[in-house]
Design a protein around this ligand. Structure first.
Ligand code: SAM
Length: 336
């Protein structure tokens, strides 16, 4: 019986049993009910991106009463429950309005015409990801279909709570857009990857290690393996995702560093477009978007539009955003 029951719950049940208010059978039924309702609430919170049940009750007041939820008892992971959560998220998106800033950002799309005639867009947002990624912002973008691949090159000053918050919001929005399983690719330093790993695990993602290396490094460098093989993480939201196997080493040609025109600086943490290409081809699902939360000089954006996926690109530095737009404009010119 114990399972996930809290001490107070066990105490109350035993007290009711000893005072003969309930029979042993009724106590067992009640214990099962409590555990199943807890599971229903946990799934509801996970899929809607709520941190606490208080938040869920506040955001979805009409949806989360005990009477409403008890019909999902023992069925927390079924499609009926999923449909219910999607309806709740849709209802929520009709009662909120986007911030003015978010609405303005929508005008910043850079569009690419594909050979098929289809248009692929890069939505470049110059803002702090912590402020702009919100349920309201993502829900209100009618053309955004959710992200099946999310890149996060984790900044050094990021903490696990803030990162968990973003992961939660992205999951809720993906649930609403019916994306199903999706992948989050985490880059960073050893320290920031540790933060990424703990947030992803906390948010119930399965986390695998992966590596990339350059095919054209000097032989003497190759002997120093640790300096030429770079570690990153692949987190996925379902058990059906990609697992580490013999293909977890990605080998790509070393890119020419992108240089910022006015200052002449290049970014030491720039990742190769070819690596992003490989990951997008492996994980992105048709009609969904690619998201890059801490974009730097925009390699993920170049790879997304190059592989035919709409992307949402968030970068807080004005200079780097300018650089991302310049790179995308150059790509646009080379296509026409
Ligand atoms: C390591 S770099 C990303 C490099 C990128 N992967 C590339 O290939 O160019 C991290 C970037 O995140 C940006 N950044 C840091 N904190 C941010 C935040 N809260 N919101 C948005 N961008 C942020 C920084 O300005 C920096 O450009």
């Amino acid at each position: 019986m114990r399972g996930e029951l809290q001490t107070k719950e066990i105490h109350d049940l035993l007290k009711a049993l000893t005072t003969k208010e309930i029979t042993l059978r009724e106590m067992e039924t009640e214990a099962r009910r409590i555990k199943e309702m807890r599971d229903v609430k946990r799934v509801f919170m996970g899929e809607t991106g709520c941190t606490t049940w208080e938040e869920a009750s506040e955001r979805f007041s009409d949806w989360v009463s005990e009477e409403t939820l008890q019909r999902f008892q023992g069925q927390a992971r079924t499609s009926t429950m999923k449909d219910f959560i999607v309806r709740a998220l849709e209802w929520e998106s009709t009662k909120t309005t986007p911030t003015q800033g978010a609405a303005l950002e929508l005008r910043n799309d850079i569009e690419f015409k594909q050979l098929s005639g289809e248009v692929v867009r890069a939505r470049v947002i110059n803002d702090d990801a912590m402020k702009c990624i919100s349920n309201t912002f993502l829900n209100k973008m009618s053309d955004y279909n959710g992200a099946s691949v999310v890149f996060m090159d984790i900044p050094k000053d990021m903490d696990a709570d803030r990162l968990s918050g973003i992961l939660r919001i992205i999951r809720a929005s993906n649930c609403r857009k019916s994306v199903g399983g999706f992948h989050v690719i985490l880059f960073g330093t050893q320290e920031s990857l540790a933060v990424g790993q703990s947030s992803a695990r906390q948010e119930l993602y399965t986390v695998e290690s992966a590596y990339y290396a350059y095919t054209d490094v000097q032989t003497q460098e190759q002997s120093k393996l640790s300096s030429v093989v770079y570690h990153f993480l692949v987190a996925h939201s379902t058990d059906h995702g990609w697992k580490v196997n013999s293909t977890n080493l990605f080998q790509v040609a070393k890119p020419k560093a992108t240089v910022e025109e006015t200052t002449g600086t290049h970014y030491s943490r720039e990742k190769p477009v070819l690596l992003y290409n490989n990951l997008i081809k492996l994980f992105a699902k048709p009609k969904t978007w690619v998201m890059d939360v801490f974009s730097g000089c925009g390699s993920a954006a170049c790879a997304s539009v190059g592989t035919g996926f709409n992307c949402m690109i968030i970068e807080k530095s004005k200079n780097k955003t300018r650089l991302i737009r310049r790179r995308l404009n150059q790509l646009q010119c080379s296509q026409s």
